[in-house]
Structures are given as C-alpha cells and as structure tokens.
Design a protein around this ligand. Sequence first.
Ligand code: HEM
Ligand code: HEM
Length: 238
Amino acid sequence: MEKERRGLVEIKVWDWQLRLLHWAMALLVITLLLLVVGYEWLEDMGVEEEGLEAVHKIHAYTGHILAVVLMLRVVWGFVGNRYARWSDIIGLRWSDIWGHIRWILGGLKGAPPTSIGHNPLASLFYIPLFVVLTTQVISGVILAGEEFKMFPGNLVVENRIVTHTGEAMAHDGNEEEEEEGMEEFLEAIHEFGFYFIIFYLVAHLTGLVLHEIGERRGLFSSMINGRKYYQEDELEGD
Ligand code: HEM
Ligand code: HEM
C-alpha cells in the first residue's frame, strides 16, 4: 500500500453503517434536488398539471425514504463507534476551527490541527445540515399529507381539521385562510431548506477538495473504505 510505504498509520474511522447512511442520504438529497429542478423545467416547457403532479409525488415518496434514513442516522449517533457519535460532531473546539480557517486562508501551507473523526470546521456545517434536514422532513411530510393525503402527514392534517370543526362547529372562511397560511409557512420553510442544502453541498465538496489537496490522507475514499491515514507523531496524545 502506497500510504503505508510513506510511513502513515491507518485508522479505521467510519463504520459501515455510517458510510451506508451517508451515501443513502447523499443519493436521496441529490435526487430530491434534481426532482425540484426537473419540476421547474417541465413547468417552463408547459407540461400539463398531471405530469407536474407526478414529479411532486415522486419527490414526496423519495422524501419519506429520506425521513427513515435520517432517523436511522440520528439513532446511529447514539450507538455507533466513537466517530459516528453526536459528541464527535458537537464537541468541536474553537481553537481547532480557527486552526483550519487559518490553514485555508494561508494557502494550505503546513498542516491544520489533527482531527480523526469529523473535521471540526466541517462540523460547523454538519450541525445546521442535520437541523435543516429535520425541518425538511417535518414540513415535507405535512405537505405530502395535505397535497396527496400521504401517511403519516394525512393524520396531522385530518387531526387539525377535526379539531377545528369540533371547536368552530361550522366551516367558515377563517379556517380556510388559516390552512392556506399554514401551507405557505411550510412551503417557505421547505424552500429555505432547498437553498441551504445547495449552499451546504458546494461548501462540503469545496472543503473536501481543499483538504485532499492539502493533506492527502485519503479523505474521499475514507467514506468508501472507512479508513484515514495519519503520521505517527500526529496521533501522540490522542
Ligand atoms: C447532498 C449530498 C451530501 C450530504 C447531505 C452529505 C452529508 C455528509 C455528512 C452529514 C457528513 C458527516 C458524516 C456523518 O456524520 O454522517 C459527511 C461527511 C463526508 N462526506 Fe458527505 N454528504 C454529501 C455528499 C457527499 C459527496 C458527493 C461526497 C464525495 C464525493 C462526500 C464525501 C464525504 C466525506 C469524505 C466525508 C468525511 C468528511 C470528514 O472527515 O469530516 N459527501 N457528509
Ligand atoms: C431534503 C431535501 C428536500 C429539498 C431540497 C426539497 C425541496 C422542495 C422544493 C423546493 C419544493 C417546492 C416548494 C413549493 O412548491 O413551494 C418541494 C415541494 C415538496 N416537497 Fe420537498 N424537499 C426536500 C425534502 C422533502 C421531504 C423529506 C418530503 C416529504 C417527506 C418532501 C415533500 C414535498 C412535497 C409534498 C412537496 C410539494 C408541495 C406542493 O405541492 O406544494 N420534500 N420540495
């Protein structure tokens, strides 16, 4: 192995469950983004309502699969190996983050602070990413219940209508307005998530390329084979 010849120590960082969940999540998120872009294109091309609805329906089904994958990732953050845990993402040290920023601004000279699991600067993006994915799932599931009567969002929507009619006894205009307001609110959250995820993806890939150029420790392949490579002196005291 070329890296071992260069005197690097191999460390098993990402367990197979984390890698599987990462690639499932990446594939699903990219599919969801492409379906949204595809929807816009078809709309501009004048495709009929039925065809457009089918695209949103596929988006919603794909979104429900993402909901399951995200839940599994959340659980894995409590039971996986030490590098899969939430503590590895949340327990970031500001001094390490600054070290990484200085290293990038300084033109990738020398070495940034050693991190074995999640890169601390990247974690600053992973935390809001997981929050946004959760809000995408919650808003998406309710929208799918409202638009397509899909489970389990339909239960939330029906429950709201039953409670409302129970209280108001009669169906009045206010109720409809409130419902539209709710839908607009959910769509606004969902749209914000769309832009955040595009921003995240650009930052994620740029960060990975910069680190691979500057450090050459097999960062890209680490998400495939689970291994990263370090100099022995980097690991002292860890
Ligand atoms: C929308 C698509 C993507 C999402 C949502 C995503 C998300 C994530 C997350 C959350 C992590 C932290 C690991 C975890 O806790 O699960 C991560 C790490 C990583 N991702 Fe992605 N990723 C995406 C696309 C990609 C792509 C396309 C590549 C490679 C070409 C990639 C390569 C990696 C690598 C190498 C790491 C480890 C980085 C580190 O050491 O901190 N990801 N990604
Ligand atoms: C995580 C990545 C996701 C992105 C980037 C994304 C993005 C979008 C965007 C931009 C729209 C158009 C909003 C509008 O019509 O105003 C949309 C619509 C929709 N999304 Fe998502 N979404 C994601 C996840 C999900 C999930 C997880 C679900 C369901 C579980 C979902 C269900 C829906 C539904 C049902 C609509 C149609 C709403 C309508 O017809 O007005 N989405 N999505």
